[in-house]
Design a protein around this ligand. Structure first.
Ligand SMILES: CC(C)(COP(=O)(O)OP(=O)(O)OC[C@H]1O[C@@H](n2cnc3c(N)ncnc32)[C@H](O)[C@@H]1OP(=O)(O)O)[C@@H](O)C(=O)NCCC(=O)NCCS
Length: 142
């Protein structure tokens, strides 16, 4: 499985994967990816069927988004993207990684549990009234 660094030139492809991966209304525009990839500390990794964006600030990192196209799921790509992003930000100095995930997103919750994340708190009404998110945390030490 070959992953490469995502650049602004990949923004339309990332937006297409994101739109296929998330429910209607939750898709991010290509311009959003251009902006995010231009921010300091943002790491983007992509494969033909999926991608991840993470941001490191000093010794903390956050997964901004993770998306695998439905046709490419359950082949290990999501896990490879998370592990590689964790390695990249840890190498750059991050000691801990966070993310928010919808509490009813069972596939993502299972992936993150397998990747060593644990629940650090519940963000109520994070996505919309009544749609809560778990804040997940993983130590990158060692
Ligand atoms: C969540 C998502 C990224 C998983 O990508 P993926 O490439 O299919 O995941 P992987 O094949 O690497 O699976 C790794 C582990 O995740 C879990 N998992 C993945 N899909 C699952 C599913 N449909 N049901 C239950 N567990 C699942 C399993 O534990 C799996 O390990 P296993 O294969 O040994 O059982 C993908 O389903 C997706 O893009 N979903 C929509 C967008 C999204 O929810 N992003 C995350 C937002 S925080």
């Amino acid at each position: 499985m070959t992953l490469s660094a995502a650049t602004a030139a990949d923004a339309p492809a990332l937006a297409a994967i994101h739109a296929a991966a998330f429910p209607p209304g939750a898709a991010w525009a290509a311009a959003t990816f251009v902006t995010l990839l231009g921010l300091e500390g943002v790491v983007g990794l992509r494969a033909p069927g999926g991608f991840i964006l993470a941001r490191r600030v000093l010794d903390e990192a956050e997964i901004l988004t993770l998306a695998v196209h439905p046709e490419h799921r359950q082949q290990g790509l999501g896990q490879a993207l998370v592990e590689t992003a964790a390695l990249v930000v840890a190498t750059a100095g991050a000691k801990v990684m966070f993310l928010e995930v919808a509490e009813d997103n069972a596939p993502a919750m299972a992936l993150y549990a397998k990747a060593g994340f644990s629940r650090a708190g519940l963000r109520r009404d994070y996505y919309a009234p009544g749609r809560h998110a778990w804040l997940l945390r993983r130590s990158l030490d060692g």
